[in-house]
Design a protein around this ligand. Structure first.
Ligand SMILES: Cc1cc2nc3c(=O)[nH]c(=O)nc-3n(C[C@H](O)[C@H](O)[C@H](O)COP(=O)(O)O)c2cc1C
Length: 326
């Protein structure tokens, strides 16, 4: 059995979640400044990979230092998964795969993937067995605990995962109907961690040392961070330095945050070259990060308002330099 998850989680128990629109190569390069753990890619369409769709293939962009990296795939048709993983492996160096079985957004549900799989255990079984037959690469699956509190399916899925040779299970401790709110069921994470033979990665609501510690006490092997790492990429370093949730946004000196944004823009520019991607796309993404990263700073509200009024990247970068004095 592959040791990819065990080895990497032993080195660093924190994991960067897949975030559509944000876990792209430029942002992953920023995240890697703060930790050496596993990063998940944005979700990639299985159907797009199987058809070698040009835009889909761009999600496989990576550089050598962008490791350990897990490519997350999603889709509704079990028969396409085998071809999708073969295409990805032919295209680039693959460390590991993951299957999205926890996303509740309409686009993914409509494709028959994400959370909709939680209501069809037969399809989950067919997907994982198809992947296992098609590749020797390690792979995880990312689930929620169930459709709602009355329809919990985590036990059945753990069973399938262990029988079919899945290498790690990521459990977002909320249900499909909770969407992104609701209580994270740490009691269920504890129950799974106690019975599982494969590494369990817990997910949901961790945003500093306090919430990290609470989840760690459940006995999970790894802890995956989503929105906190999207809004504060330094969260990985802050947790290792035992910074509490409330102090997360005071952790880095202001000028360092400004420099991070400017550095990210450099990576974004590099990534657009030679590809169909437009600079304006990344400008909007950079602006979003700027809006999030300034939380807690003096005059943050005014900075945000001014950011929304900018026209073009030069104005965005000027504002960042002025605000952060960098
Ligand atoms: C903007 C955004 C994009 C997301 N994209 C994905 C995705 O591509 N695949 C996935 O499995 N989950 C996705 N998620 C869910 C996160 O990976 C994570 O499970 C969820 O945010 C809960 O963790 P948190 O409470 O730490 O944010 C996304 C969440 C957000 C907010």
């Amino acid at each position: 059995m592959s040791d990819f998850f065990k080895t990497n989680l032993l080195k660093n128990d924190l994991v960067a979640a897949p975030l559509a629109g944000y876990s792209h190569l430029p942002y992953r390069r920023i995240l890697r400044k703060f930790f050496d753990g596993i990063i998940y890619s944005e979700m990639i369409s299985v159907e797009g990979l199987a058809r070698r769709n040009k835009e889909t293939m761009e999600y496989l962009d990576r550089i050598e230092t962008d490791s350990p990296l897990v490519f997350q795939i999603f889709g509704g048709k079990p028969e396409n998964y085998g071809e999708a993983v073969r295409v990805a492996e032919n295209e680039c160096q693959v460390d590991a795969f993951d299957v999205n079985m926890g996303c509740p957004v309409k686009k993914v549900i409509k494709a028959g993937g994400g959370c909709s799989l939680l209501g069809d255990l037969g399809r989950i079984q067919a997907i994982v067995s198809n992947i296992r037959k098609s590749t020797d690469k390690p792979f995880s699956i990312k689930i929620r605990i169930g459709l709602d509190q009355k329809h919990l399916v985590y036990k059945e899925i753990l069973n399938i995962a262990e029988n079919e040779g899945v290498n790690a299970l990521i459990v977002h401790g909320r249900t499909k109907s909770d969407m992104f709110g609701g209580t994270v069921r740490l009691d269920i994470l504890k129950e799974i961690a106690e019975t599982a033979k494969i590494p369990i990665i817990g997910n949901g609501g961790v945003a500093g040392f306090d919430t990290y510690k609470e989840m760690k006490e459940t006995g999970v092997t790894g802890i995956m961070l989503g929105r906190s790492m999207m809004k504060a990429p330094w969260v990985f370093k802050a947790i290792k330095e035992k910074v509490s949730d409330k102090d997360l946004y005071n952790f880095l000196p202001s000028s360092e945050i400004g420099n991070l944004l400017i550095e990210m823009w450099g990576y974004m520019l590099e990534h657009t070259h030679g590809r169909g991607m437009k600079e304006t796309h990344y400008m909007h993404v950079l602006r979003k990060f700027a809006v999030w990263f300034c939380k807690g700073q003096d005059m943050a509200a005014e900075f945000r308002t001014n950011l929304y009024k900018t026209n073009g990247i030069d104005e965005v970068l000027d504002l960042i330099r002025q605000f952060y004095k960098c």
